[in-house]
Design a protein around this ligand. Structure first.
Ligand SMILES: NC(=O)c1ccc[n+]([C@@H]2O[C@H](COP(=O)([O-])OP(=O)(O)OC[C@H]3O[C@@H](n4cnc5c(N)ncnc54)[C@H](O)[C@@H]3O)[C@@H](O)[C@H]2O)c1
Ligand SMILES: [Zn+2]
Ligand SMILES: [Zn+2]
Length: 384
C-alpha cells in the first residue's frame, strides 16, 4: 500500500509499505478515505518529538471504511464508514472510565502522561497513523464512530481532532457569560477554539497570530477580533490596555512548541532543544491573564522542562488547565453541532491533496504557503 514515510526532520515521502494486519482480536483494518495533516504533525516533522523513528507513518486525523475486524470486535462491521478519534484508548482503564480518553493507561503503558495517539512517535505508543491507504486501528470497539447519514467526509474528518480540540480548549477555559477570551494561535485549532468560545457565552473573543491571511480567516469564520503580534509592541501590554489594565478572563494557548516571537525561546526551545519547545505563547498567555484567571493549554509541548513564568502563575492565582482532547467524550454533542450547523468545520480544509503529493502538503502547511489553513490527504484507494 501507499503510505507517508518519515525519513528524518523535514523529510517525509510517499513509499510502498506492507499492508497492516490484525495483530490483536480487538483490532480493525480501515481503508482510509481522508487524512488531515495537523499542527501536531509539524512537531514530528520538525524533529522536536523524542523517539520519532524513521519509517513511521504519521496521521492521527482520519476517516475510512472498515475492511476487516478482529474476532473480538462487536460494535463495527466490514463496510462501515467511520471517523476515528486521534486518541487510541482502551475504554476500560481508570482514566478512560472518567472520560479521559487522551490519557488512557493501557494504549501507551510505558508513559505516565500522554495516552496512545495514531502516528505520533513511540512517545505516544509507536502506532502507525492514517496518512496511508490502510491503517490498523486498535481497540476498534472504542474509538471508531460510524459517520452519521448525510455527514460529509470533510465534516467527519474534522471531528477526529480539530473540532473537539478547539471545543475542549474553550471548555477548559471555564468561560463565564461576558468573559473576555484571548486565543494565541490562529491555526485550525485556535480558530476553532475562538469559534467555540462564543458557545460558552464569551462577551469578547480576541485571536493573536503573526500570519495575516489566518487572522483574516479567523475574523470572518469566528467573528472575533484578530491582531498581528508583529505589529504590536508587546502583545501582553496590548491585552492589558484593551481590558482596562486587568487582563483577560480566559487565555488559550493554541500554539505549542513551535511558537515564534521571542529569540531566546526560539533558540532554547526550537534550535538547540534545551527546553521542550519554545514557550513564548505560554508566557504571553500567563502574563496576559487577569489575576484569578484561567489559562487553557492545548498547544503541545515535549515532556521535559520548560522555562515558563511559574512564579507569575502562583502570584496571580491562575488556574491552568491542559490536556490532549478527549475526542470520544465530546463526539455525541459535537456531531449534533455539526449536523445542525452550529459548527461548520469544512471551510478550514483549504487544501485537498492526493496522498501521492504528501511531501508537498507538509511543506505548504509547515511554511504557511498558499493561504493554507489545513490540508487533507486523499489516498487513491479512497474511491474504491
Ligand atoms: N491538545 C490536543 O488535543 C491537540 C490537538 C490538536 C492540536 N494540538 C496542538 O495545537 C497547536 C495548534 O495546532 P494547529 O493545527 O492549529 O497548528 P498550526 O501550526 O496550523 O497553527 C499554529 C499557529 O500559531 C501561530 N503562532 C506561532 N507563534 C505564535 C505566538 N507566539 N503567538 C500566537 N500565535 C503564534 C502560527 O503562526 C500558526 O498560525 C499545536 O501545538 C498542536 O500540536 C493539540
Ligand atoms: Zn491533530
Ligand atoms: Zn484506557
Amino acid at each position: 500500500m501507499l503510505a507517508m514515510n518519515y525519513r528524518g526532520p523535514l523529510r517525509v515521502r510517499l513509499d510502498h509499505k506492507p499492508m497492516p494486519e490484525i495483530q490483536h482480536p480487538q483490532d480493525a483494518i480501515v481503508r482510509v478515505t481522508r487524512a488531515c495533516i495537523c499542527g501536531s504533525d509539524l512537531h514530528l516533522y520538525n524533529g522536536s518529538v523524542p523517539d520519532t523513528r524513521v519509517g513511521m507513518t504519521f496521521g492521527h486525523e482520519f476517516t475510512g471504511v472498515v475492511e476487516e475486524v478482529g474476532s473480538d470486535v462487536h460494535n463495527l462491521k466490514v463496510g462501515d464508514n467511520v471517523l476515528v478519534p486521534f486518541n487510541i484508548a482502551c475504554g476500560k482503564c481508570t482514566f478512560c472510565k472518567q472520560g479521559l480518553y487522551g490519557n488512557c493507561h493501557e494504549a501507551n503503558p510505558q508513559a505516565t502522561a500522554v495516552g496512545g495517539i495514531f502516528g505520533y512517535s513511540h512517545t505516544a505508543g509507536g502506532y502507525n497513523g492514517g496518512q496511508a491507504e490502510y491503517v490498523r486501528v486498535p481497540y476498534a470497539d472504542v474509538g471508531p464512530t460510524v459517520i452519521p447519514e448525510g455527514m460529509t467526509l470533510d465534516e467527519a474528518v474534522m471531528l477526529t481532532d480539530v473540532v473537539p480540540t478547539g471545543y475542549q480548549a474553550a471548555e477548559m477555559g471555564g468561560i463565564q457569560p461576558g468573559d473576555t477570551v484571548v486565543v494565541f494561535g490562529a491555526g485550525p485549532v485556535g480558530i476553532m477554539a475562538a469559534r467555540c468560545a462564543w458557545l460558552f457565552g464569551a462577551g469578547r473573543v480576541i485571536i493573536i497570530d503573526q500570519i495575516e491571511y489566518r487572522l483574516e480567516f479567523a475574523r470572518n469564520y469566528a467573528q472575533c477580533e484578530a491582531y498581528n503580534f508583529r505589529s504590536l509592541e508587546d502583545p501582553v501590554v496590548f491585552i492589558k490596555k484593551t481590558t482596562e489594565s486587568l487582563g483577560a478572563d480566559v487565555v488559550i494557548d493554541a500554539v505549542g512548541a513551535e511558537a515564534a516571537g521571542n529569540a531566546m525561546q526560539t533558540i532554547t526551545g526550537r534550535k538547540t532543544l534545551m527546553q521542550a519547545g519554545s514557550a513564548t505563547a505560554l508566557h504571553w498567555a500567563i502574563n496576559s491573564a487577569k489575576k484569578g484567571g484561567i489559562v487553557s493549554v492545548v498547544g503541545v509541548y515535549g515532556p521535559t522542562d520548560n522555562l515558563v513564568p511559574i512564579g507569575n502563575v502562583v502570584n496571580k492565582g491562575l488556574t491552568i488547565r491542559a490536556n490532549q482532547a478527549s475526542v470520544k467524550r465530546l463526539l455525541p454533542k459535537l456531531i449534533e453541532h455539526v449536523q445542525n450547523g452550529v459548527i461548520d468545520p469544512k471551510p478550514l480544509l483549504t487544501h485537498h491533496v492526493p496522498l501521492e503529493e504528501v511531501s508537498d502538503a507538509y511543506r505548504i502547511f509547515s511554511e504557511k504557503l498558499d493561504e493554507c489553513i489545513k490540508p487533507v490527504l486523499i489516498p487513491p484507494s479512497a474511491k474504491l
